[in-house]
Ligand binder design. Structure first.
Ligand SMILES: C[S@@+](CC[C@H](N)C(=O)[O-])C[C@H]1O[C@@H](n2cnc3c(N)ncnc32)[C@H](O)[C@@H]1O
Length: 213
């Protein structure tokens, strides 16, 4: 669904695609299959990479229907959710009327600078064109308090051979998108002078934990 290469993300196209998918998104993810296989397990594994305290401000970018943020809300975090798709947010709001939800995107997060203890994002980053990824990480870091971390979970691969193996395993159910490799995320972190920890969550999913040096 993303724009590839040097082009910028076609936000309208991505928004329309997710507005159209929103009403059956959760059912499709529960069915599994393709790159959404194991989303729940990967979100849970990734959540264990950070510690959360009661009342902590946690912003989820690309919150969708809210599945990742729910893990942190159960630990009494205060959730702010941002998404490009108004329909995804409507579904999320019906489930979690107590959360602060707003339309926005990775490059325009409607939150003040240094207002969040943790920024999280699951399975949304690959929707960004490569040219927008450094800017997106920068914007996530902008809203973090000093010492805060950005936990990014996505379809991502340790290297090209693992990406090819996953594509081969899934065959017809593979979705061709511009998925990140660990080396590309490390390079981005280096360019932005950030520390990064990378973790394999499954043969399809990984996590990056970014923080200021
Ligand atoms: C595959 S869904 C993942 C939703 C949820 N985080 C989850 O784990 O189930 C991707 C979500 O990211 C949103 N999204 C895509 N591109 C985005 C962008 N540039 N900024 C903010 N949200 C975006 C979509 O509207 C959609 O709700």
């Amino acid at each position: 669904m993303n724009s590839k290469g040097g082009n910028h993300t076609d936000l309208q196209r991505v928004r329309e695609a997710f507005d159209a998918w929103a009403d059956h998104y959760d059912a499709d993810v529960a069915k599994g299959g393709g790159v959404v296989e194991g989303y729940d397990h990967s979100r849970l594994l990734a959540s264990r990479l950070v510690s959360v305290y009661a009342g902590m401000h946690v912003a989820d970018i690309g919150i969708g229907t809210g599945a990742f943020a729910e893990i942190f809300a159960q630990q009494s975090a205060q959730i702010t959710g941002v998404d490009l798709s108004p329909r995804m947010l409507e579904i999320c709001a019906a489930r979690h009327p107590e959360w602060q939800l707003a339309v926005g995107d990775f490059l325009h997060i409607p939150a003040s600078s240094a207002s969040q203890g943790l920024v999280i994002s699951s399975f949304a980053f690959h929707e960004l064109a490569v040219a927008d990824r450094a800017g997106a990480i920068n914007e996530c870091m902008r809203v973090l308090e000093p010492g805060g971390k950005f936990l990014l979970v996505d379809i991502m691969f340790e290297d090209l051979s693992r990406l090819r193996a996953a594509r081969q395993r899934l065959r017809d159910s593979w979705d061709e998108e511009n998925y990140s490799l660990f080396s590309e995320l490390s390079e981005l972190a280096g360019q932005l002078s950030l520390d990064i920890r990378l973790e394999v969550l499954s043969d399809l999913h990984g996590a990056a934990l970014l923080s200021c040096r």
